[in-house]
Design a protein. Sequence first.
Lengths: 140, 364
Amino acid sequence: MIEARLSLSEARWMLQLMNLEPSPDSPLRDPLGVVAEVPGGSSVETKLAEALTTRGLLLSGRRINPFAAAAMKWLAQPEVVWNLALFGRGGAEAVHLAFREGAAVECRREPSGLRLRFPLPESEAREWLTVQVEGDRRGA
Amino acid sequence: MALESVPLTAGSIVAFFSKSAMFLVVLFLKLCYSTALYATLAEVNRRITVFRQGRRPILRALLLLPTVVLFCSAVLFALNFFRVVFGGVGAANLKALFNPADFIFVFLRVGFIFAAVVLGCALGIMTGRAVPLGRDRFGGLLYRNRGRYLGFWLFTFTLCGFFRILPWGFVTYWTIWLLVLAACIVTAAHWTLYGRCRSVLAAAGPGLPPGDPLDLSLGAPDAVVLSALLQSRGPLAPEGLGRALAQPDPSCLAHPAWTETCEILRNDPAARAEALQRLASRGLAAQSAGGWTAAGAASRLRAMGFSEKTASLTVKRGGNARTAILQRQGATALLVDPGPVTLTLRELPEGMDAVAALVESAEG
């Protein structure tokens, strides 16, 4: 399982590189709806490219890491999305699971942007949900 | 007259300009101070507004506010320390205090400030204990605090800041006394509230009392009205029900269509009465002398109080979305299916896989 943290600008720019727009069901649609497109050739773009390259999410020639590219594609244009909201003593928490091509990506909103975990086989989605819902009961 | 009496020499001109420059510097410093003071006030006011708006205040906010209040009060107190404790005597003339009568006055002044601390702490603890605290149906904190003591502190702080700029010593003394009182009230009230919140959050809910398994199917108006009855502490008169719907239980808003229903019911007494009659005919609500209360299976729900853990799962597929909610309290698991037209509430048998039921319900 790969875990990656992306700022909203980084996520927006990665989608721009892939020529993708979030579909109506996508968990990225709302958070990225308020982020402006990154102008090509700008200093912002250079900084984003450097930041992503440092973390191994961008390869030479501005190619997106294939795993990250797949995760962004699943997130932006999923076949099915589970939006899970958990309420309890610790307040409210929201987590999304976007399914496509027999696998899923977990996406959480954080103050600094998004936290992604991927890939998760579709067959393990219920187990994932059980851990999320009953985590405390199982001592997780 | 005065100008005529002063001989115009080079020395007097230099003295005049140096005094003018000094006056401007002091004025500038006072303006800087007052600007910083009112910027701080604006920030405090913003935080108080955010704090009041929060339906579920974080425990950290309960500690953050008194910290800000104490810091601002301490800065203002430190700036006025000499004026408050030693009266009009400046730091340079402290040797003039070697007079037993003055010592008595200093002790009296310190004693008065100490009395403000004791009185403030006592009033603060009383205020903190008087604030109603509870749990909402999803286990969050219900916190009904009007925060008037924060307004009192803000007013006193503003007054102190204003009189700090002016040279009237005795007004400063009394406003600082009020500020110490207000700061102690806020601090003690928030610490008391913090302790109470922690104990409320640590307390376990009573759970669903024994009885027939719940299996309810309600139309949106009935669900909204029942939700208000469950949230109420006592019987609700029809007018009281209208007021309760003005601040609906979050569960009423689980489906966007219900917000509209809630609004309609709030403004339409006839629709409210119809919904109550429907609930009464199904044995879910009963009318007593004091008003309407939950009855039958609904009274079991009401006795449950809150669910320790709630999970809401929305499955989106091809532009369609469907939501199911799982509420857990100990061994009890309730599955709620809030459709656009009806709400289905089902108690799951013990031992049943609640997560599987949640997924099945959400996937339709």
